[in-house]
Ligand binder design. Sequence first.
Ligand code: ADP
Ligand code: ADP
Length: 228
Amino acid sequence: MISLSKVSKRFGSTRAVDDVSLDVPAATIHGVLGRSGAGKSTLLRVVNLLEPPDSGTVTVAGRDLGTLTPAGLRDARARIGMVFQHFHLLHNRTVAANVELPLKLHRVERGERQRRVAELLELVGLSDQARKFPAQLSGGQRQRVAIARALALRPDVLLSDEATSALDPGTTVEILDLFVKLRDTLGLTILLITHELDVITRICDSASVMRDGKVVEHGPVAELLATP
Ligand code: ADP
Ligand code: ADP
């Protein structure tokens, strides 16, 4: 579902991503673990089409991102959901309006928008919070709103940029369990970056460890843990 082949990205003399290849099969969760500065965010931005790589190829859901027209790129980007550490919600809009926003931007008709918002809020367990504002919610609930919004356009792939790093341990587990549910019920493919080993061991099917732009280890999580 996501495939990177020999992808590199430099900033001046910094090799932020250095010859990285990885494959994430459909309906699996792949984690990228690394310290600050390892190149994780740059890797995610390359997959999210925000940062064109200097070399290598990136394929998401069968589309080679290097060959797309601007319109094709916009379409491909809509098929990729994204969640962040600090949620990036609109504070002056209700929960329902936040989730509805991508549907409005894509000119989905009103009745269909309302149906999908109700479905999405149910999926993330927030049906009873639709009319609240983000400030009235807990951190975990805010992240659920952000996840519902990320899924509004029915993406093939969800990218998570440290989605649980601002949450307490109990709430982290709830969000990670939600990721597993999305994998198992929707068949969603999830690529997440984290600096926390616990996130990898709890939910990832496979993982890569990054250091100085390079993937220094990768494979099924059970195998990675077995290596000393
Ligand atoms: P991580 O997400 O693992 O913390 P990043 O991908 O943010 O790592 O950064 C990898 C390296 O690339 C770091 O040395 C960082 O300083 C550098 N870098 C990232 N983005 C930029 C940029 N826009 N301009 C210059 N250097 C950058
Ligand atoms: P966090 O710390 O919550 O992960 P930041 O505010 O540091 O988020 O943003 C991380 C990066 O993602 C920034 O470079 C920002 O420009 C980018 N970004 C923010 N919003 C979006 C979005 N909706 N889609 C893609 N990238 C975004």
